[in-house]
Design a protein around this ligand. Structure first.
Ligand code: BG6
Length: 489
C-alpha cells in the first residue's frame, strides 16, 4: 500500500483571507494533530517572494491561541518549515505546470492528495482551474478545490460560473465554502433540534410565531468598498450566510447525516420558499456620523465607492416557506454593516400560551410573555430560552427569566474558527457543510428577482447613522407581520 501525502495549495496566498484565516486555520489543525503526518502547504500568488518571505508573512498571523502549551513556538517553526511559495500568474498554464513539478517532486512514490484553496476573486476562478488542469492532474490520489463566494451576482452568472467550473472539475471535487456553516452554533442547530425531545415537536407553525435571523457588524466596509459596491449586503450576507442558517433551521428531518441526505433537505426547503416581494424588504445605507469626538465615515465617503451609490449596506426582509410545517410563519432576516454592535443570532419566538392563566400578570402586552429561544452564534456563543418565572416571595409577580447556556462558562475550551472545521472536512472529504450546486441555484433563484427589481427601480436606501441601530423601516416591516425584533426589545 502506498503511503499518502497531502499538498495544500493556497492560491492567492498574499491576500487578506489567506493571511487572516486560512494559514492560521491550517496551523491550528497542525497544532492539534489533525493534519496527516506527511503534508505540505504551498502559497501561490503573483507577487515575487521566497519561501522564507512567505514564512515570515504567515508567521505574523499565526497565534498560539489554542492554549499556552510550551511547545507552541516549536510547533510554529515546524509548521512554517513545511510552507513553500511559488510565484505565478493566475492565467498561465506554464506557471501552474512549474507548480505541478514542485508538487510532484515532493510526492514521488506516494499516493498524492491535493487540496487547492482558491482565495481569489471569482472572475479568475475559471482561469485557475483551467490552467492548473486539476481534473487531469497527474496525482494518483484525490484533488479537491475549495472556492469562496461570491459565486456570481445573480442566477444567470452563478449558473455560468458553475458550468465553467464543471467543465474542468467534477462536482464532487468542488467544495463551495460558506464559512457560517463552520460556526459552532450553526453546526449545533441540528443537534439542538433533532436530539432534544423538548424542541423538535414545537418546530412548526403550530408553536412558532416567527423566526429571526440577525447579522450586524459595528464596522463599515472600510477598505472593501470597491468589492462591496458591486454586491451589497443582500448578496454579501443574506443570500448565503443567513439563508443557509434558515435552510438548516427549517428543513425536514434528513434520512441520515450523510452530506447528500442533509443537502437534499436543504434544497427542498429552499425550493419551497415563496418568491421574495419588494414590499417585504427594506434597504438602508449608512451615513457618516460623529460620536464622542470621533467621526465615522459614511459608506459613500469611501474613495472606491461612487458618490451616488444606491448599494444597500443594510437590509431587512420577511420570507415565507410554502409548506405545511411553516405556512404563514415570517422568517425575518436583518443584516447590516456599521451598526451599534457586532452580533449574529437566531431568535425563535413562540406563540402566546392559549388562555394563559397568568395573563393578568402581564398587563395588556402578552407579547412580553412569549417564550423566545435564542442562539447567539457570535460573539460570546450562547443558547438561552426566555421563560416566565415567579419572582420569589409572598406575592405573585412574574418575571421573564432565562435558562442560559453560556458557552464560555460551560465549555471553557476555546471554540475553533469556522475555517478550521471546514478545512478539516474538505481534507476528510466530508461534504455536508459545503454548498451543492443545486442549493446555490435555489438560493439565487430566490433572491435574483428581488435584486433585479431593486436595481431596475433604483430603490433609494433609507439612510442610517454609522453606529446606530439601523433604519426605522425595519421596525415597520416586523410590525406589518405582527412581530417585534427580539434584539431590540
Ligand atoms: C463575509 C462577508 O462573508 O462575512 C463580510 O463578505 C463579513 O462582509 C463577513 O464581514 C463576516 O464574517 P464573520 O465570520 O466575521 O461574522
Amino acid at each position: 500500500k502506498l503511503e499518502s501525502t497531502l499538498s495544500i495549495t493556497v492560491v492567492g496566498a498574499s491576500g487578506d483571507l489567506a493571511k487572516k484565516k486560512i494559514f492560521p486555520a491550517l496551523f491550528a489543525l497542525y497544532y492539534e494533530d489533525f493534519l496527516p503526518e506527511d503534508f505540505r502547504v504551498f502559497g501561490y500568488a503573483r507577487t515575487e517572494m521566497t519561501d522564507e518571505e512567505l514564512r515570515n508573512m504567515i508567521s505574523k498571523t499565526l497565534t498560539c491561541r489554542i492554549d499556552q502549551r510550551e511547545n507552541c513556538e516549536d510547533k510554529m517553526d515546524q509548521f512554517l518549515k513545511r510552507c513553500y511559495y511559488h510565484a505565478g500568474q493566475y492565467n498561465s498554464e506554464e506557471d501552474f505546470s512549474k507548480l505541478d513539478d514542485k508538487l510532484n517532486e515532493k510526492e514521488v512514490g506516494k499516493l498524492s492528495n491535493r487540496l487547492f484553496y482558491l482565495s481569489i476573486p471569482p472572475n479568475i476562478f475559471v482561469d485557475v482551474v483551467r490552467c492548473a488542469s486539476l481534473r487531469a492532474s497527474s496525482t494518483k490520489g484525490w484533488t479537491r478545490v475549495i472556492v469562496e463566494k461570491p459565486f456570481g451576482r445573480d442566477l444567470e452568472s452563478s449558473r455560468q460560473l458553475t458550468r465553467c467550473l464543471k467543465h474542468y472539475l467534477a462536482e464532487d471535487q468542488i467544495f463551495r465554502i460558506d464559512h457560517y456553516l463552520g460556526k459552532e452554533l450553526v453546526e449545533n442547530l441540528s443537534v439542538l433540534r433533532f436530539s432534544n425531545l423538548v424542541f423538535e415537536p414545537l418546530w412548526s407553525r403550530n408553536y412558532i410565531r416567527s423566526v429571526q435571523l440577525i447579522f450586524s457588524e459595528d464596522f463599515g466596509t472600510e477598505g472593501r468598498g470597491g468589492y462591496f459596491d458591486n454586491y451589497g449586503i443582500i448578496r454579501d450576507i443574506m443570500q448565503n450566510h443567513l439563508l443557509q442558517i434558515l435552510a438548516l433551521f427549517a428543513m425536514e428531518t434528513p434520512v441520515s447525516l450523510d452530506a447528500e441526505d442533509v443537502r437534499n433537505e436543504k434544497v427542498k426547503v429552499l425550493r419551497s420558499m415563496k418568491q421574495l416581494e419588494l414590499e417585504n424588504v427594506i434597504v438602508g445605507q449608512y451615513k457618516g456620523h460623529s460620536k464622542g469626538g470621533k467621526s465615522f465615515p459614511g459608506y459613500t465617503d469611501d474613495q472606491t465607492v461612487p458618490k451616488d451609490s444606491l448599494t444597500p449596506t443594510f437590509a431587512a426582509a420577511a420570507l415565507f416557506i410554502n409548506n405545511s410545517r411553516w405556512d404563514g410563519v415570517p422568517f425575518l432576516m436583518k443584516a447590516g454593516k456599521a451598526l451599534h454592535t457586532r452580533r449574529a443570532e437566531v431568535r425563535v419566538q413562540f406563540r402566546h400560551v392559549p388562555g394563559n392563566l397568568y395573563r393578568r400578570n402581564f398587563g395588556t402586552d402578552l407579547d412580553k410573555a412569549t417564550n423566545e429561544l435564542v442562539l447567539r452564534v457570535q460573539p460570546d456563543e450562547a443558547i438561552y430560552l426566555k421563560i416566565n418565572n415567579k419572582v420569589p416571595g409572598l406575592g405573585m409577580r412574574l418575571d421573564r427569566s432565562e435558562l442560559n447556556l453560556l458557552y464560555r462558562a460551560r465549555y471553557p475550551r476555546e471554540i475553533p474558527d469556522a475555517y478550521e472545521r471546514l478545512l478539516l472536512d474538505a481534507i476528510e472529504g466530508e461534504r455536508r457543510l459545503f454548498i451543492r450546486s443545486d442549493e446555490l441555484d435555489a438560493a439565487w433563484a430566490l433572491f435574483t428577482p428581488l435584486l433585479e427589481e431593486l436595481e431596475e427601480k433604483k430603490i433609494v436606501p433609507e439612510f442610517y447613522p454609522y453606529g446606530s441601530r439601523g433604519p426605522v423601516g425595519a421596525h415597520y416591516l416586523a410590525a406589518k407581520h405582527n412581530v417585534r425584533w427580539g434584539d431590540l426589545t
